[in-house]
Structures are given as C-alpha cells and as structure tokens.
Design a protein around this ligand. Structure first.
Ligand code: COA
Length: 159
C-alpha cells in the first residue's frame, strides 16, 4: 500500500490540539529524557502559543512560543522518535521563524538548547550566549537570534 503523507505544521489554539502537543512532550521529555511532570508541565502553557505537526492524523512534532514584548522564546521543541532525522524539526523551526518575522513586534528570539542540539539551532543563525547550565538535570545553553537586522533610516549610520 502506498503511504500518503499529509504533513501539516501550524499554530494551534483548540484545547484538543494543545493536548496533543502536551501528550507528545510527555512522551519525549518525560518518557525519553526523564524530566518530571512538574518540570515539563510548568504552568506557563496557557500563556504560550503552541505549534503542532501532524502526519497522517497523528501528532509528530511540537513546540511552544512564549512572547514578551519584542522577545520570543521557543521552547519544548520535540519530534517523535519515529519521525526524527527527516528534516521535520528544521521545518518546524523555519515555520516558527517565518511567522515571527511576519509579526512586526518581535525582534529577538531566544531558546535554551540542550547541548546535543546546539548544531541543530546554529543552522538557523542562533548563537550561544552565556554559560551552560542544568535545567531538569539536562545541560543547556542559551542561544539567541536577532530576527531583524538594523535598517538605518535615511542619513543614519548602522551601529
Ligand atoms: N544534534 C546535532 N544535529 C542535529 C540534531 C542533534 N540532536 N538533530 C538534528 N540535527 C541536524 C540533522 O543532522 C540535520 O542536519 P542535516 O540536514 O545536515 O542532515 C538537521 O539538524 C535537521 O535535522 P532534522 O531532521 O530536522 O531534526 P529532527 O526532526 O530529528 O529534530 C530534534 C531535531 C532535536 C528536535 C529531535 O531530535 C528531538 O525531538 N529530540 C528529542 C527532544 C529534544 O532533545 N529536543 C531539543 C530540546 S532543545
């Protein structure tokens, strides 16, 4: 039988779709990486926007975005084990960055990368800032991306 892929990545708002994001996060971060429920479901989900990737009707990737002023934080990036290494994580980050670029308010994007994923984020232009630290017992490194380059007004010099 030919498998028809119907991959969809989008921001979701319904409770049912957000529940799919949380289920996948539980599977990946709690099930695979040993993060506790309290650390994973940290109370901030209601103030975040959630991204979900669905393939053939099943949740296969998720992330959340927490925006405050001109700063957006990308958090809880995960791809189901069955779908890793096929470019899905990269497509999801590109989708989020494209959407943020389209919103005039955000100029800076930050994330706390697990050390093993530094190279994954570097390809989008994220650069490490500060020292490494432990979060939920896992080594992390903060990374930042300036979403907009400084565009000098007429007669003004770029810094
Ligand atoms: N370390 C280094 N490079 C990685 C990587 C990793 N952990 N994961 C992916 N890459 C590279 C790939 O080799 C690929 O490069 P290529 O195009 O040159 O081959 C590129 O990044 C894109 O990979 P992609 O297939 O889109 O990644 P993915 O769909 O497997 O998703 C994660 C990457 C990290 C989101 C996924 O492995 C995952 O969910 N891991 C478990 C949860 C986790 O650790 N999340 C990160 C929290 S910061």
């Amino acid at each position: 039988m030919v498998k028809v892929h119907r991959m969809q990545i989008r921001f979701v708002e319904s409770e049912a779709e957000i529940a799919l994001c949380l289920d996948l996060r539980r599977k990946v971060f709690m099930g695979e990486q040993g993060v506790s429920e309290d650390e994973e479901i940290d109370g901030l989900d209601p103030i975040c926007r959630h991204v979900l990737a669905v393939d053939n009707g099943g949740a296969v990737a998720a992330a959340r975005v927490k925006t405050s002023g001109d700063l957006a934080k990308i958090q809880r990036v995960c791809v189901s084990a069955s779908h890793r290494g096929q470019g899905l994580g990269a497509r999801m980050i590109e989708y989020i960055l494209d959407r943020l670029r389209g919103e005039d308010t955000v100029s800076q994007v930050r994330l706390g990368a697990q050390i093993h994923a530094l190279k994954f984020y570097e390809r989008f232009g994220f650069r490490p800032v500060g020292e490494t630290y432990l979060d939920a017992g896992i080594p992390h490194q903060d990374m930042e991306l300036a979403l907009r380059q400084f565009r000098p007004a007429a007669g003004e010099k770029a810094p």
